[in-house]
Design a protein. Structure first.
Length: 342
């Protein structure tokens, strides 16, 4: 099976259009999947003209997935035609762009729920812009959860061999500690175990991080390990999962990066995000530039596949033709593997 993937263009004023075009300029992309961009055909054409790539690219605007060609050299765009080109500019927060980015996501979700596409990838949107347009969501994850009717879901970040899921995300640190409960730990563990199987890993070996320094040193620095985390790990083992933990949070991610574990259950937002950001963002002194990032963000627990780049709209470089497509290519790779192994 060659999956059909709907790729949302993201905020038109950001780097989304550029990285979409660059990603679909690769022949390898079409060997993996049948991609169709959900966005505005005129903005994709603007990005094609801006980039001036060696590969000649044509934009094929369609109103139905069935009309897509899925041929290298032709970029199929499910054209929602939401942007007024006369007022559009790259690199600025704009209400029309926030609304368009939101509508692209809603349409991609609709196509996936109707099984017209096998999975979705998302280029970055801007929270300020979508709020300016009257859509009060924190980001992609909440939009997907709402429009698929999903109550239990979790964020998984991946960069190379390091894959991390979170027990809690956008809450205070105090509340994150309160949310460290056996039931939730087991819930997100089962989500990352299932995801790893969709990545092609037959029997995932998943580590569970501790919450407190040194996993509390038998209660010296806290009680969460003894009362919540250890019971969760023991029950997971009893159910046949290859679970290990709790592992001290200052060492578990280094081990996972080296391939000791197929994934890690982090207890709160920064515990899981910091190692991913340290691994993913690297400075090249010779060129004086950041090296391309290949981190992805996967929403687990949904009835459909959603994989996103793990970076923002980068308004400071949008429209300059210098944005790298590495993270979107990685997102396409993950989404393809998940669709094939679902």
């Amino acid at each position: 099976m060659t999956p059909i993937l709907a790729i949302t263009m993201g905020d038109p004023a950001g780097i989304g259009p550029e990285i979409c075009v660059r990603s679909l300029a690769h022949k390898e992309t079409y060997k993996q999947c049948r991609p169709i961009i959900v966005g505005d055909a005129k903005i994709i054409q603007l990005a094609v003209d801006l980039l001036k790539l060696e590969t000649p690219l044509k934009v094929n605007a369609v109103k139905n997935v069935a009309d897509a060609r899925f041929e290298h050299g032709t970029i199929d765009v499910y054209d929602l035609n939401l942007i007024d080109a006369s007022t559009f500019v790259f690199g600025k927060v704009q209400e029309q762009c926030g609304n368009a980015a939101f509508e692209y996501v809603v349409k991609a979700i609709d196509l996936a729920m109707k099984k017209e596409v096998d999975g979705t990838c998302t280029a970055p949107l801007n929270k300020e812009a979508i709020h300016l347009a009257g859509h009060n969501f924190d980001g992609h994850t909440e939009i997907y959860a709402t429009y698929t009717g999903t109550k239990k879901y979790a964020m998984l970040l991946a960069e190379g061999k390091l894959r991390v899921i979170h027990v809690s995300t956008h809450v205070s640190l105090r509340e994150a500690c309160d949310r460290c409960k056996k039931e939730r730990i087991m819930e997100v563990y089962e989500l990352i175990d299932d995801a790893c199987r969709q990545f092609g890993i037959e029997k995932p070996h998943i580590a569970v991080a501790g919450l407190n320094p040194h996993c509390s040193e038998n209660g010296l620095f806290g009680w969460e390990e003894e009362k919540e985390i250890i019971p969760a790990v023991e029950e997971l083992k009893a159910r046949g999962y290859n679970a290990e933990g709790p592992i001290p949070p200052d060492s578990v991610f280094a081990k996972a990066k080296c391939g000791w574990y197929d994934g890690v259950v982090a207890m709160y937002h920064d515990q899981g995000h910091i190692p991913l950001k340290v691994l993913g963002f690297n400075w090249d002194e010779e060129s004086g530039k950041m090296l391309p990032q290949r981190g992805v963000n996967i929403t687990l627990g949904l009835p459909i596949i959603r994989v996103s780049v793990d970076h923002g709209t980068a308004f400071d470089v949008a429209g300059k033709g210098i944005a790298a497509e590495d993270a979107l290519l990685a997102s396409i790779e993950y989404a393809t593997r998940m669709a094939k192994n679902k």
